[in-house]
Ligand binder design. Structure first.
Ligand SMILES: [Zn+2]
Length: 240
C-alpha cells in the first residue's frame, strides 16, 4: 500500500495537515492553506477544526505536542472527514482510535465529588466486581438535553446538576450508563464510531427497574422546567 511508503518519508517538519490530506486522497493535491496550532485553552486531548474558504486550521490541546505524528495524522484525518462529511477508514485513524481508548489509563485523576464518588463505588461494586478504575467525576450544568456523558479524552463522567438531589438509584443509573461507555469503549467501522452497541444495551438492561427509573428521570426533567418557570415569574414580580 502507498501509505506504508509515506510513513517512511515523514520527517519532523512535515505539514501534518497536508500529509493527512494526501493520505486520504492520494490522487489530489491538498487544496488548503493549512495552519496547525497547539494551545492550552482546549480541554485535555481535545482538538477542533475550522475550514473557512480554502484556509484550514486545526487547534490541538498542548498535550498532543509530544504524541507520535502517526497518531496525530489519524486525529487530523478524523476531523477532516467530519468537515468534508466523508467516511473513509485509514490505518492512521485506527491508530488514533486505539490511542483514544487508552487515554483513560494515562490521565491523572483531578476531579471528584463525594456524592458522585459514592455513586461510582456502589455501581462499581454492583456491576463491575470493583474492577473499574475511578474516572474523573464532575457535575455539569443543569442541562436537560445532556443528562450525563463520558469523555474518553479526559476520562471524565459528567452528570447534570438536575440530579444532585435525586435518589441514589436514579443517580447510579446515569453513572452506570456512563461507566459502560468507559468499559465497552467504542466500535469503529466504515469511518463511523458506534457507542451504544448491542452488547452495551444488553448490559444496560441488567439495571433493575430500568423503565421505572427512566420515568423518574423524565419526571425530574419536567419538574425542573416548572421550577424554572416559577423562579422567572418570581424574579419578574420582584422587579416590579
Ligand atoms: Zn450513552
Amino acid at each position: 500500500m502507498v501509505i506504508n511508503d509515506l510513513f517512511l518519508s515523514l520527517s519532523m517538519n512535515t505539514d501534518l495537515i497536508a500529509e493527512a490530506y494526501q493520505r486520504l486522497f492520494p490522487e489530489k493535491e491538498c487544496p488548503y492553506i493549512t495552519n496547525l496550532e497547539y494551545n492550552r485553552r482546549l480541554s485535555d486531548f481535545n482538538a477542533n477544526i475550522k475550514l473557512v474558504y480554502n484556509s484550514l486550521s486545526i487547534h490541538l490541546n498542548l498535550q498532543w505536542k509530544d504524541i507520535d505524528n502517526e497518531i496525530k495524522i489519524g486525529l487530523i484525518q478524523s476531523l477532516m472527514l467530519k468537515v468534508l462529511k466523508k467516511r473513509i477508514n485509514t490505518t492512521n485513524i485506527n491508530l488514533y482510535n486505539n490511542f483514544v481508548k487508552n487515554i483513560p489509563i494515562l490521565t491523572p485523576k483531578t476531579k471528584s465529588d463525594p456524592v458522585l464518588e459514592e455513586s461510582f463505588h456502589r455501581t462499581n461494586h454492583k456491576f463491575f466486581q470493583q474492577t473499574m478504575e475511578m474516572p474523573n467525576l464532575t457535575w455539569g450544568t443543569a442541562s436537560k438535553r445532556k443528562l450525563a456523558s463520558y469523555n474518553f479524552h479526559d476520562d471524565t463522567v459528567t452528570i447534570s446538576t438536575l440530579f444532585q438531589e435525586a435518589r441514589s438509584e436514579v443517580l447510579d443509573y446515569l453513572m452506570y450508563h456512563e461507566l459502560l461507555h468507559k468499559y465497552h469503549k467504542f466500535g469503529h467501522k466504515n469511518g463511523r464510531s458506534s457507542f451504544h452497541t448491542r452488547k452495551f444495551r444488553d448490559d444496560e438492561n441488567l439495571y433493575e427497574n430500568k423503565s421505572k427509573i427512566e420515568q423518574e428521570i423524565n419526571w425530574i426533567i419536567r419538574e425542573s422546567s416548572k421550577k424554572k418557570a416559577k423562579t422567572s415569574l418570581f424574579d419578574f414580580l420582584r422587579l416590579k
